[in-house]
Design a protein around this ligand. Structure first.
Ligand SMILES: Cc1ncc(COP(=O)(O)O)c(C=O)c1O
Length: 448
């Protein structure tokens, strides 16, 4: 009998002991894990040495690319000095102060107060609680409802999950937290109305929803600038300025979930910069450390912070790992790379080439839509590209395409039948060519 390789042994142990998130477990036991062992730039290698382009930058987060020794060095140096120091009761640590100062310098105007978390769900949980708290300490007892959007993804803890608008995440986990409502996003593929009118009608949905509930009961509207997990839904230019005006009209706080769109992904530091719109609260995570270690940061406006501070009560919310020194040191090293290499500008400059090359794939019969912003894009696969008729979901066309892509050197991801892309921001034209060529071979092999 052949002696199992190290990779085979690891795969066996994984199936025996590890419970994977967002994974069909019975099928996983049959097929085994794809073990990623190392990475460099836009590439990763599996435990058997096969190389792939990491087309989703891990989980939309490895913005500076893999293998950055200087981030590892910064973390090691900080861990040696002091690995942990809490932030409760007014205590502080050096990297968390330095990082907040840095974040305030790149923040949208006025969003210069930083509350740390360990990830996107925690950031949204914090943003929602902060919005409710802000109104409560001012005597608005009933202003607690949160309006979110269908197809929105905000995380899996109960507050963030209740804001999430993708039914699969709710099924079998109910009941959701009370006080959350969902309206339609500006998902305009298959929309016959001109984009501008359709966008404004989606924004009007927000106003109608606030009026139907009673503005005195609505605390916040939460939205991703570009919905990521929901299929890279890029709003027309009119949408967010209209949303901002409606929130102002009814004293409703606007929470921007920039967990994916933050830190250069769309060619700006933050997604809403595309439309010069400033939210009241901004949730971030992922790209803040490029995934080298977990960290999130919630940016809060001076006005909101002032309202919270003015009350005599304590904001009874915090996580053990708020402002973790090692994570903050990683974020500082990560942002230093961004600045030294001009990665935000690079993403903006490369975007037309990236989106242009992806658009060439419209020649395939079953490519219904190609859309994106910056280095974030999607290809929607449909049964009939002329009518936009979707495939029968049971056919799992997207999942099959993503699996096939492995054979063509791409670690790819499908959200239903929508292939989503967010490569490390360090990708160049050659990398884009390799990605698009691999994708074309994948679509060919799948008969799409
Ligand atoms: C827009 C958005 N918000 C929140 C989250 C949740 O972040 P985390 O998985 O770090 O909790 C995600 C994760 O993909 C996300 O895409």
């Amino acid at each position: 009998m052949a002696i199992p390789t190290r990779a085979e042994e690891l795969a066996r142990q994984d199936v025996q002991h590890v419970v994977h998130p967002i994974t069909p477990l019975a099928e996983h036991e049959r097929s085994g894990p794809l073990i990623i062992a190392e990475g460099e730039g836009i590439y990763v290698r599996d435990a058997e040495g096969r190389r792939y382009i990491d087309t989703l930058a891990g989980l939309w987060n490895v913005n500076v690319g893999h293998g950055r020794g200087e981030i590892a060095d910064a973390m090691a140096e900080q861990a040696r000095r002091i690995a942990f120091a809490p932030m409760f009761w007014g205590r502080a640590n050096v990297p968390s102060i330095e990082l907040a100062t840095k974040l305030a310098a790149i923040a949208p105007p006025g969003l210069t107060r930083i509350f740390y978390t360990s990830g996107g769900s925690e950031s949204n949980e914090t943003a929602i609680k902060m919005a409710r708290y802000y109104f409560r300490v001012q005597g608005f007892e009933n202003k607690y409802k949160v309006i979110a959007r269908r197809r929105g993804y905000h995380g899996v803890s109960y507050g963030a999950l209740s804001a999430t608008g993708i039914p699969d995440y709710h099924r079998l986990f109910g009941p959701m937290a009370p006080g959350f409502l969902h309206i339609d996003p500006p998902y305009l593929y298959r929309e016959s109305d001109p984009a501008r009118r359709a966008a404004l009608s989606r924004a009007e949905n927000l106003e109608q929803s606030i009026l139907a509930e009673g503005p005195e009961t609505v605390a916040a509207f939460i939205a991703e600038p570009i919905q990521g997990v929901g299929g890279v839904i890029v709003p027309p230019d009119e949408y967010f300025p209209a949303v901002r005006a409606i929130c102002d009209r009814y004293n409703v706080l606007f929470i921007a979930d920039e967990v994916i769109t933050g830190y250069g992904r769309t060619g700006h530091w933050f997604g809403l910069n595309n439309w010069n719109v400033v939210p009241d609260i901004m949730s971030t995570a992922k790209g803040i450390t490029s995934g080298y270690v977990p960290l999130g940061a919630v940016f809060v406006s001076e006005k909101l912070y002032g309202g919270i501070k003015a009350s005599e009560s304590v904001f009874m919310h915090g996580f053990t790992y708020n402002g973790h020194p090692v994570a903050c040191a990683a974020a500082l090293a990560n942002l230093a790379i961004f600045e030294r290499e001009g990665l935000v500008e690079h993403a903006a400059m490369l975007a037309p080439y990236f989106l242009g090359r992806l658009n060439e794939l419209r020649r395939f019969r079953h490519v219904g839509d190609v859309r994106g912003c910056g280095l974030m894009a999607a290809i929607e696969l449909v049964a009939d590209a002329k009518t936009g008729e979707p495939f029968d979901a049971a056919k799992k066309v997207g999942a099959t395409a993503a699996k096939t892509a492995l054979r063509h050197g791409l670690l790819a991801r499908a959200a239903g039948d929508i292939l989503v892309f967010a490569p490390p921001l360090v990708i160049d034209e050659r990398g884009v060519d390799e990605l698009v060529d691999g994708l074309a071979r994948t679509l060919d092999e799948c008969g799409l």
